[in-house]
Design a protein around this ligand. Structure first.
Ligand SMILES: [Zn+2]
Length: 180
């Protein structure tokens, strides 16, 4: 239903107002993404519009990808951006799954899961506009910070500052309390 509405809106905005949607922020697995795009079959039939276009294949089995696109070919496809909140939930879910398997499987605690969710969310929001290389380097931060290694942390990390102060023999002030 959401996908159908998005298709109608995208089409009407173009046909009635000449507006093109540049970017859409959505879940990675959004059904909207599968519908608000051009049909692979339709693109293959129009080499005048899409020279050299080939129907995308699955990574396993070299099968043709499912063709769900319903956006008319004359309307430009929108670009897609991942919703950082959804990505955070997807990543955190995996930690909670590990925790639910019990102590015999992992010593991870519910608090660890909640901390990882929070740190991963911060990591995404702080790095989402950086280059791939910079984001990749920063991706170590949430897990390392959880294990008290702050080598990847930025100036935001109070624990890093606290450890630096201790290393310099400085007395800690109340403002540098451990927050995890
Ligand atoms: Zn840190």
């Amino acid at each position: 239903m959401e996908a159908d509405a998005a298709l109608v809106l995208t089409t009407k905005m173009y046909e009635e107002h000449g507006l093109v949607i540049n970017k859409v922020v959505a879940d990675d697995d959004s059904s909207m993404k599968a519908v608000v795009c051009h049909s692979y079959a339709a693109k293959e039939k129009r080499p005048d519009l899409f020279p050299g276009y080939k129907w995308p294949r699955t990574s396993k089995g070299n099968q043709k990808n499912k063709d769900g696109g319903l956006l008319p070919l004359h309307i430009p496809e929108p670009g897609w951006l991942a919703d950082p909140t959804h990505r955070t939930k997807v990543v955190a879910k995996r930690f909670f799954e590990i925790q639910k398997k019990g102590k015999g499987y992992s010593t991870i605690t519910k608090a660890d899961c909640l901390h990882m969710k929070k740190y991963y969310g911060y990591f995404l929001k702080q790095n989402q506009n950086k280059t791939y290389e910079k984001m990749l380097a920063a991706s170590n931060t949430p897990l390392e910070h959880l294990f008290d290694n702050h080598a990847f942390c930025g100036s935001w990390c109070k624990r890093k500052k606290e450890l630096e102060m201790l290393a310099n023999g400085e007395k800690l002030t109340q403002s540098y309390e451990v927050y995890y």
